[in-house]
Design a protein around this ligand. Sequence first.
Ligand code: DHB
Ligand code: FE
Length: 278
Amino acid sequence: MAKIVGMLTTSHVPAIGGAIAKNLQQDAYWKPFFDGFIPVRRWLDEVKPDVAVVLYNDHGLNFFLDKMPTFSVGAAPEYHNADEGWGIPTLAPTRGDLDLSWHLINELVDREFDITTCQEMLVDHAFTIPLKLFWPQSPCPIPAVPVCINTVQFPLPSARRCYAFGQAVGDAIRSWDSDKKVVVIGTGGLSHQLDGERAGFINKDFDLKFMDSMINDPAWATQFSIHELVEKTGTQGVELLMWLAARAAVPGTLKKIHSNYHIPISNTASGLMALATV
Ligand code: DHB
Ligand code: FE
């Protein structure tokens, strides 16, 4: 059976794509952010996962407001990126893993998650930029399966529901008849709000508590309603649901490889964690 080697969680901000394209990794603004990824890449070089399952939220590239699935899973041979209007370069397609995709889809439907199956799927910055940060080579050297959770159009799935979804994703990966090593990735958050009266809102206290809960109390954030999470983390901070689902997919005691928290990247409190299965 497949083995989950650990989980990686990171913020995803389009401006990071611009900084990579302009080689600004050593620039004073960007260095504290990019340096966080060095120990994580070292760990990835050691454990060499064969495939990544990426929990992320689309921002209107693949799903627009006219059709918005709550949970969706990619089942394409490869995933293309496209211009989202942020002025960032379009990245090379990422290979998929059809066998893992269909196993996930079958298991999730069997567990009563009524997902949308996507045999064609454009992937936006929330998928491509984290992969580029973890594997700077182009194209990404390992295949990946996109798993998307709606955090852009209400109603959003509750934190409790996302946690249960993550548990089902993890169980599905572990029951995959394969000798492959899988890494689970969750992208989004941490606190940020891009629009409205509270634009620029950041909540460092909450973010740090949430990051601590990833290690010591993985279900801690399930106590909050979506509206409470928006209040505490901002309208886009609610993307932290991806971290929660990723952690639920990799339960039990994990070894902290590295974490980083840096304010701001663009409008976002950026967080990074790498936790290994023990
Ligand atoms: C920003 C953050 C995001 O999560 C996103 O999807 C787009 C933009 C930002 O801070 O600029
Ligand atoms: Fe986002």
